[in-house]
Ligand binder design. Structure first.
Ligand SMILES: Nc1ncnc2c1ncn2[C@@H]1O[C@H](COP(=O)(O)OP(=O)(O)OP(=O)(O)O)[C@@H](O)[C@H]1O
Ligand SMILES: [Mg+2]
Length: 254
């Protein structure tokens, strides 16, 4: 078999050169990290679930007209995506106070926010992804005011759509992180959603019980991470009980 060229190995994924120019293959690893990589583990099967969940969410977002890098899933652990120039920002949306917001501002976890709040973190492992403002972003040229305008508009649509989608299956979308990239088509550039959307990058709480169905289970040593991620996939209707053909789509919860 021909050896593929590896482009980048990150904490949770590996990027390989894609089959055509302008494409890359995203390989989802089982590696799990938290707290600026001070906490690490390999959780068997996690990459398979994140590949599947991210495929599903990106496909649904595509259907409502949110442009994404996603092309198609190739196998259990890999998806083909369009290569983009990543905007070096982690864009975080919060609907309910949790995690670093609760700590930083002293707001009790679980407090609903008066409105959805967008925060930006500069992607720099060395600097531990510091919190930055729009002023920093445009002043240092990480994104232009026009880029940022597109990022905000897309982020609001993504939040509205995903909040509804998850609520339909009995899950509260507390907060999540997304990344965007510049996609060049001839001389024309547009901003598209990139990277992944999975329980690694979202806080997802069961509406009825408040049970955490996301990476906080790992951050907080609660155990049951695979069970939680499987439950998310099951509710979204993408984890068939037996055989792929039985995947039926989301099961609405009333
Ligand atoms: N379509 C794309 N084209 C190019 N790069 C991408 C694309 N989608 C995601 N990426 C980048 O690929 C990498 C995915 O790997 P992973 O998420 O494991 O990285 P990471 O360890 O979190 O590091 P980083 O701090 O760079 O995100 C990230 O750097 C992400 O920004
Ligand atoms: Mg990442």
């Amino acid at each position: 078999m021909k050896r593929r060229r590896m482009i980048y190995e990150g904490k949770a994924k590996i990027l390989y050169e894609g089959p055509e120019p302008g494409t890359v293959v995203q390989y989802f690893k089982d590696d799990t990290t938290a707290l600026d990589s001070t906490k690490k583990a390999v959780i068997e099967g996690k990459g398979v679930l994140n590949n599947r969940i991210s495929e599903y969410l990106m496909t649904q977002l595509n259907l409502i007209g949110v442009p994404t890098h996603f092309v198609r899933r190739l196998n259990m652990r890999e998806q083909l995506v369009k290569e983009v120039e990543i905007i070096p920002l982690e864009v975080v949306v919060r609907n309910v106070a949790a995690g670093s917001m609760s700590k930083r501002l002293g707001i009790e976890e679980g407090t609903p926010l008066p409105r959805s709040i967008i925060e930006y973190y500069y992607k720099s492992d060395a600097m531990k992804d510091p919190w930055v403002s729009e002023e920093h972003i445009t002043a240092f040229g990480w994104a232009s005011p026009q880029d940022l305008d597109d990022v905000v508009n897309l982020t609001i649509r993504i939040n509205d759509f995903l909040s509804g989608l998850f609520l339909g299956v009995g899950i509260k979308l507390v907060d999540f992180k997304v990344e965007f990239g510049r996609l060049w088509e001839n001389d024309y550039m547009r901003i598209v959603l990139a990277d992944e959307i999975s329980p690694d990058s979202c806080r997802l709480w069961d509406v009825q019980t408040g049970e955490k169905l996301d990476k906080d289970r790992f951050r907080r040593d609660m155990g049951g991470l695979m069970e939680a991620y499987s439950e998310v996939a099951r509710r979204l209707g993408i984890l068939p009980e037996s055989g792929q053909s039985e995947a039926k789509g989301p099961m609405l919860v009333r």
